[in-house]
Design a protein around this ligand. Sequence first.
Ligand code: T1G
Length: 675
Amino acid sequence: MSDSPISTEKRGDILIVTSNNPPVNALGAGVRVGLDAALTQASADDGIKAVVLICAGQTFFAGADITEFGKPPVEPILTDLIPKIEAFDKPVIAAIHGTALGGGLETALGAHYRVAVPSAKLGVPEVKLGLLPGAGGTQRLPRVVGVKAALEMTAKGDPISATQAHKWGLVDELAEEGALLDTALALAEKVKAIRPIPRVSERTISPDDAAIEAFRKENARKFRGFDAPAANIACVEAATRLPFAEGIDFERTEFMKLMFGSQSAAQRHIFFAERKASKIDGIASDIALRPIAKVGVIGAGTMGGGITMNFLSAGIAVTIVEQAEEALNRGVGVIRKNYEASAAKGRLTTEQVEKAMGLLTPSLSLDDLSDCDLIIEAIFENMDVKKEVFGKLDAIAKPGAILASNTSYLNVDEIAASTSRPQDVLGMHFFSPANVMKLLEVVRGANTADDVLATVMALAKKIKKVAVVAGVCHGFIGNRMLMPRQVEANKLLMEGATPEQIDRVHVEFGMPMGPFQMSDLAGVDIGWHRDPTRIESIRDALCAEDRWGQKKGAGFYDYDEKRNPTPSPRVAEIIEDFRSRSNMPKREISDQEIIERTLYTMVNEGAMILEEGMAQRASDVDVVWIYGYGWPVYRGGPMFWAGLEGTPKIVEGLKKHGFTISPLLAEKAEKNEGF
Ligand code: T1G
């Protein structure tokens, strides 16, 4: 067992079984074989009275090895190994630090006792991979924490703290940080002779149909479109109705259905895509990064304030600059209000609010940014103004400072050219609200230095963003793909579709909202020429009538005081009027045509972005749409979905409407391949 990730050490009559399978002790084949051998060793040695299962490195078992899914299984599989641990005739104590997740928690539930340090997290996040805990978790967990808690943990997948787990009896003892092994050994000493050995599967469980029904109802909207949550709930329900062994069979059946379904394939794709996005092709992963201890933000508006909160929340000092006192005070006030709102919801303590606010320095002078390591400009979208600001920054900022623009579509190279240090300039495109949205498009300029790019990509992790490298082109990745969708959506209105129909197709597809609901939320007047007498589009006509969207109570929809949308007879009139004035014949538009012209065009644009090298890989495009635009994760993002939908079908659909096909997409269709 020399190169096995599993090692054993006999301490008195206790066998310590240690897993060392970096980075997260995934329960891959080597680990399972090693654990099985350790059990055999413990069984064969009468001198061993108990076993302690512990992991080296950052964490306890973080689940089954997801990279093994879909490959031929190597014995023993988890569903054989865990019952073997549970049936073992000597007590097995699981010692948990870091995270006990998925198959890791199921392994701990197969053990007879569980010890954890308070900083540990325990959970079954399989539902986030479109799966369920398929190694007995849905049958053992409710027997320990009860039906309600098991529903929360399985169907939502969020981990709980070890302290909470202790309260719920999932953890028998909490160990001091750093004293995990000693505590586990002491417990082993205490229980080694206790018989019968407590086995979770032998516990009884009290049915709670009312709780299951209530949970289904409460979360119906949240789980809309997903297959896995319902399967998790059904398994917990089965645990309350079936004997353990039958419950396990039911769980297995449900698990296999999900495992071979497209949703889990999509969600597993995004699991790895999110992690791959942080890797920059052509730059060594150990490149020296520039230290970022102090950040400057120019502009205290909605974006500037949200961007600032990301750094304050990560413990990084920020100097925020505005031109006018009133705007500065308003911006700082909004930041404090947002933090206090989080504290009111119990997400932050008052100390944490004051600590974050304590790191903020308001200023009315760009000169106060002279000692910043990174300066992010978040002022309104005007190239001349941005070039003027960057020109000033060039004189103020210290050598080696990184200069970033939060522009959402302007040419970063042109902005960089207004300085003498274009190698220190790049784009950091945050999404609104910037303190909430996880996506960050990091725009690599033609001259951006490798260490500048690598520094910002690493910093993104610190501020809990999912960062994706984008090239300099109009709208970068996300907005560039959004444009053909919006253009086609507006054309379809003229040809006979309604805002409600187009939005319904997108919502049924799984988007949080359709193009027109999104336009009303963002503001129909964004980018409007502000001349109410100039009516050249439906959007102009709406804006001229003050229908600027939700903020005005009217846009493509009418809104009640709770901002619930209803189809607008006035908008139907405006569209009808526009159609007749442009002699556009009205015709029946099918839902499929809407998909072809608003979603297939996005895939086509995504392929062009890849061809031009404006994105490193197709999975990055998927990550942008999942984390920036609410694309349903169970469809894996536009490029992954193209594989599910079928690239030949997409090309055929695009050709039908006369679109120019990206050569890369045509090639994929030729080979009937995905991206
Ligand atoms: N399998 C394989 N690789 C994994 C992995 C796993 N379970 N978890 C992480 N990795 C890789 C990851 O791709 C990355 O690789 C590296 O480890 C570090 O991860 C039967 C079916 C544990 C909280 O869903 O949530 O058990 O990019 O960057 O931020 O019921 O990883 O370096 O090449 O995320 O410190 C259930 C998944 C599996 C947990 C650590 N378990 N992992 O976060 O590091 S399904 C999960 C995480 C299951 C059973 C079922 C996180 C983490 P690379 P990282 P991190």
